[in-house]
Write a protein that binds this ligand. Structure first.
Ligand code: KIV
Length: 268
């Protein structure tokens, strides 16, 4: 695919048919989004992981719909080619289908997201059917769904037991039937992710779910080495070290009067 071709949902579906892996990453501001877009990212997700990596919360529970829509507006300004997906935060879609539709419309009208993502399986199929019927493209999210952190008591691997694996597998099939165009599979076993990916005709986008998914997604801060190291998140930059070195050099240059120089100053 040419780097300049706009990524659309039909294109994402075609990539699965053609066996082309889908590259996805989160973004939370226009600057980072523009760099990801220029690099050729297929999907840019404004993830509610922002609650953790941007807002500094311990989980994704607190971030609000207003905050997510606002951030998606920023990201929109940096994205030209990638498919832009807004993440529906906790409390913005669980109460009713009407609430979900209203929240999703805010992402699309105010921030010009091209799709939204929501977490969960069979409990949401009625809502997803309505959303897609109204022209709202929906991405599913199964396995370790971080908004259920209080139910799970943390962030465990999911689908290890036969019963849990069967339930996640059925949920994936139900989400496809309800109309989602793709499903994020988070922290499930490699075997289960492979089975789901081989069974569904829509793409699976894995995170911590092994190599057999149709695409992969990471939180940008994790792959850039800006936060703690996770086994599943390959680091492409030691970002925290690079930034700390730059900050230290800047401080040193100010203290030593090395910055600014004549070349970096203006005269009348
Ligand atoms: O919020 C997020 O960043 C996500 C990705 C990890 C898939 O949901």
């Amino acid at each position: 695919m040419e780097k300049t071709d706009k990524v659309t949902i039909p294109r994402i579906l075609k990539m699965k048919k053609e066996g082309k892996k889908i590259a996805a990453l989160t973004a939370y501001d226009a600057t980072m989004a523009a760099i990801e877009d220029e690099a050729g990212m297929d999907i840019i997700l404004v993830g509610d992981s922002a609650g953790m990596v941007i807002a500094g919360d311990a989980d994704t529970i607190s971030i609000s719909l207003d905050e997510m829509v606002y951030m998606t507006k920023w990201v929109r300004k940096g994205v030209k080619r990638a498919l832009l997906v807004g993440d529906m935060p906790f409390g913005s879609y669980q109460a009713s289908s009407e609430q979900a539709v209203e929240s999703a419309i805010r992402f699309m009208k105010e921030a010009r997201a091209e799709a939204v993502k929501l977490e969960g399986g069979r409990a949401h199929t009625g809502t997803i059917e309505k959303m897609t019927a109204y022209g709202i493209p929906v991405m599913g999210h199964l396995g370790l769904t971080p908004q259920s952190v209080n139910l799970f008591g943390g962030y465990p691997l999911r689908g290890k037991s036969r019963d849990e694996a069967d339930r996640i597998f059925e949920d994936a099939q139900l989400l496809e039937q309800a109309g989602v165009f793709a499903i994020v599979l988070e922290k499930i076993t490699v075997e289960l992710a492979q089975k789901i990916s081989e069974t569904l005709s829509i793409p699976t986008i894995g995170i911590a779910s092994g190599p057999y998914c149709d695409g992969q997604i990471l939180v940008a801060h994790d792959m850039l080495g800006l936060g703690p190291k996770f086994k599943f998140a390959r680091r492409y930059l030691q970002g925290a070290n690079v930034l700390r070195d730059a900050f230290e050099q800047y401080i040193q240059d100010i203290r030593s009067s090395d910055f600014p120089t004549e070349k970096e100053s203006f005269h009348a």
